[in-house]
Design a protein around this ligand. Structure first.
Ligand code: MLT
Length: 386
């Protein structure tokens, strides 16, 4: 039995590895505090759970779902795009339901890459942008991204030979893991670049509704000409505390939506319709639950930044996302610092190097842990570093 070459090149998934370490320690009875994965600790809002409870009793929902998502769900996604961004999308041809946006991001490679083709991926980014390419026998060009360029992935100097074989460019703002935000001019430049070089522009907008200090994140599809070249991914996981439900949608360029839909209907049979009904309640129901989460995350952000400063970690307050991106202290690498915190403090942080080459020298801390545990984690980290 032999596994595929592409799988041999595929790295184990960052958070699956972290889970293994966490579970091994927990099995030994260790009190582990995870500040790693962005998995909201608060429950899904009640009106969404109620919608699910009703939908699950409807026998119609017990049969196969519609491949592209129920029309009602796609309409709710279109309603959200109009309400939130004043963007018009056709629910029939420009919206596709996803079993979480990770699934859609992975499959977009299958739809657009031939073996040997390149994707342009931010050199600090969600691991699936590059991992999806490798699984498809594609290649990855990392666009430089660092504090000097405000963590805006730089596509000004992509070599000609790479560009000749490039098919997809990924960006994502508000950014996981750095918390960076992008000015709309950056989006305009990315749209023009992808038009010029005949690339599909993929914008991962999973964190657009989690923002602080009055910042309101835009959609790429708000920008002129975006639909000509772009597909945008939205997720219900983070704003509505629904990571376990696996529900998201893609919207934008009709051809890209159709291509992704064809890969999906040959691969999966859609998301449980009852979950889509609950998602309709999320997208079209009251939004005060999202505002409440943003208040909680703002408090946690400030709490953790103060606490990290007290142990000498250099941190800038993000305007969006649920992540703090911090430089590791002198003498550590991302991995050695994360390792040391795990061993000595039983605190899990995500090594920045897991997000790509320019992530080296950083760690990511997630705000999805209650205040008392955050404070306990920082206390232990301080002790471990002393
Ligand atoms: C994250 O923490 O970056 C993501 O939520 C993890 C994931 O989607 O696998």
């Amino acid at each position: 039995m032999q596994i595929a070459e592409s799988l041999k090149q595929t790295k184990p998934y960052l958070f699956a590895e972290i889970d293994k370490k966490k579970n091994a320690l927990k099995a030994q009875g260790v009190d582990v505090i995870s500040l790693a994965i962005g998995d909201p600790d608060m429950p899904t809002p009640e009106h969404i759970v109620d919608a699910m409870a009703k939908a699950i009793k409807d026998p119609k929902n017990h049969q196969y779902p519609d491949y592209e998502g129920s029309f009602a769900y796609r309409e709710a996604a279109a309603t959200y795009m109009k309400r939130r961004f004043n963007v018009d999308v056709n629910p029939d041809t420009e919206v596709l339901a996803l079993i979480g946006s990770k699934e859609g991001i992975a499959h977009i490679h299958t739809a657009f890459l031939n073996p040997g083709d390149y994707v342009l991926a931010p050199s600090i980014g969600y691991p699936v942008y590059s991992g999806g390419a490798i699984m498809q026998n594609g290649q990855v060009y990392y666009m430089p991204m660092n504090a000097e360029n405000d963590f805006l992935a730089d596509f000004d100097n992509v070599p000609e030979d790479v560009l000749a074989k490039a098919k997809i460019m990924f960006i994502g703002y508000p950014n996981n893991p750095t918390g960076a935000i992008a000015p709309v001019e950056y989006f305009d430049k990315a749209i023009a670049f992808c038009k010029e070089h005949d690339l599909l522009l993929v914008h991962d907008n999973a964190y657009c509704d989690l923002s602080f200090d009055g910042y309101v994140a835009p959609a790429l599809l708000e920008r002129p000409g975006a639909k000509d070249v772009a597909i945008e991914f939205f997720s219900l996981s983070k704003p509505y505390n629904m990571t376990g439900w696996r529900i998201a949608f893609a919207t934008g360029n009709e051809m890209a939506i159709k291509a992704l839909g064809t890969i999906k209907n040959n691969t999966d049979s859609g998301q449980f319709t009852a979950i889509q009904d609950a998602a309709i309640a999320a997208l079209t129901g009251p939004q005060d639950c999202v505002a409440k989460m943003n208040e909680i995350y703002t408090q946690r952000r400030d709490l953790i930044i103060d606490a990290l400063a007290s142990i000498g970690l250099d941190v800038k307050a993000p305007k969006a996302t649920i992540y703090i991106w911090a430089k590791v202290p002198e003498g550590y690498t991302s991995a050695s610092f994360a390792e040391a915190m795990l061993e000595k403090a039983h605190v899990i942080v995500t090594p920045g190097s897991g997000y790509g080459p320019d992530g080296e020298g950083y760690i990511r801390i997630s705000l999805t842990t209650p205040d008392d545990r955050i404070l306990e984690a920082v206390r232990r980290m301080k002790e471990a570093m002393a």
